[in-house]
Design a binder for this molecule. Structure first.
Ligand SMILES: NC(=O)c1ccc[n+]([C@@H]2O[C@H](COP(=O)([O-])OP(=O)(O)OC[C@H]3O[C@@H](n4cnc5c(N)ncnc54)[C@H](OP(=O)(O)O)[C@@H]3O)[C@@H](O)[C@H]2O)c1
Length: 318
């Protein structure tokens, strides 16, 4: 089968299209999926597999050398414990703990990490969802998002942010999105009640107070957002660049509410998202679509930090 593998030792791994064996024997809870589409997440290019193996060969032994986490595709085989999925089912999901290896024509994934694909989405659209939409849902939940509360979403136009705005509206929150000027109309169209252009001055001291500040850029910390949080606000970060991971425990020592979301793939959450999509209140936004052979270009697009929604790679007919 065709797949994308990483080569090279630099901080920027090279992605190569290779011919490799199809996955081996299915474990009891495994589902074999013919992948139609996968999507790109910043974590893919922040971690160089080869460096990780060199640094910690035992820990990373289980990590698959093939790239890609999100997938949407068709079930082509099932392990003996699998009763909720049948050959021919269209599914979507991810297994981030071991890396799904979804940039491949076939991949194995645990049945607990997938759900049936939303009926009204193409495979390309469905593949855009799992990691980013689960992060948005779980981050809002961790920040005790509830109807009527005010949330500020920093990074509202990107992969996670474009889902967070829509999911927060689904949950009945008053949403203010932070993005650059070129994305303000887009974030309003996603449903935000108010939009702040971060290029027009330091809003962190002038935008008022919020019940929840959800920083999906991971550039901010509870300390840089102290004025936005007031006395009772909750700060949640996606923690991507590590700064807030250091500041969050300090902030908690001061008795404040802060946390980092670490996304997990649970079928019930994928089903919650599927229900929102099928009800018409959540739609994945696709920044750009590439073929498997164009994976390097797809990763470069993600590395640019300027994506509006998600970068998707169509795997089928590679
Ligand atoms: N902990 C976890 O489980 C988890 C899960 C998912 C993601 N993450 C992390 O979360 C971060 C975001 O992921 P993503 O997929 O959403 O990334 P992304 O799609 O690459 O985000 C790009 C977006 O960020 C916006 N942006 C850049 N600088 C900004 C700023 N100063 N203020 C506000 N918005 C800004 C850009 O908008 P403009 O072009 O308008 O600036 C663009 O729309 C990454 O660091 C990722 O590693 C962590």
């Amino acid at each position: 089968m065709k797949a994308i593998a990483t080569t090279g030792w630099g901080l920027k791994p090279t992605l190569s299209l290779i011919e490799t064996d199809a996955p081996g024997r299915l474990k009891a809870d495994d589902v074999l999926v013919a992948v139609h589409a996968a999507s790109v997440n910043p974590k893919d290019w922040k971690l160089n597999y080869n460096l990780a193996v060199a640094a910690s060969p035992v820990m990373v032994k289980q990590l698959k050398p093939l790239f890609g986490d999100d997938l949407a595709g068709i079930v082509v085989d099932t392990g003996p414990n699998v009763s909720d999925f049948e050959i021919g089912d269209a599914v979507y999901g991810m297994d981030m703990r071991l890396r799904t290896a979804s940039l491949a024509e076939l991949t194995l994934i645990d049945q607990r990490r997938i759900a049936k694909k939303p009926e009204n989405l193409s495979f390309t659209q469905a593949a855009a969802m799992p990691l980013a939409a689960l992060t948005a849902l779980q981050g809002l939940r961790k920040g005790k998002a509830e109807a009527g509360k005010k949330v500020l979403i920093i990074g509202a136009s990107g992969g996670v942010g474009s889902f967070a705005v829509q999911i927060a509206k689904n949950l009945g929150l008053h949403v203010t999105g932070v993005c650059s000027g070129r994305n303000t109309d887009f974030v309003r169209e996603l449903g935000a009640d108010a939009v702040i252009d971060y290029t027009q001055g330091d809003y962190r001291h002038s935008a008022g107070e919020f019940d929840l500040v959800f920083d999906v850029t991971s550039y901010e910390t509870p300390l840089t957002c102290a004025a936005l949080l007031g006395k009772k606000g909750y700060f949640i970060s996606t923690g991507g660049d590590g700064k807030s991971m250091l500041a969050t425990p300090l902030y908690r020592l001061l008795g404040k509410k802060a946390g980092t979301v670490v996304v997990e793939s649970y079928r019930r959450d994928l089903e919650t998202l599927k229900a929102m999509v099928e009800a018409g209140s959540l739609t994945p936004v696709i920044d750009s679509v590439f073929t498997l052979a164009e994976s390097e270009a797809a990763y470069n697009r993600s590395r640019s930090g300027r994506c509006r929604g998600k970068v998707v790679i169509n795997v089928a007919n590679a």
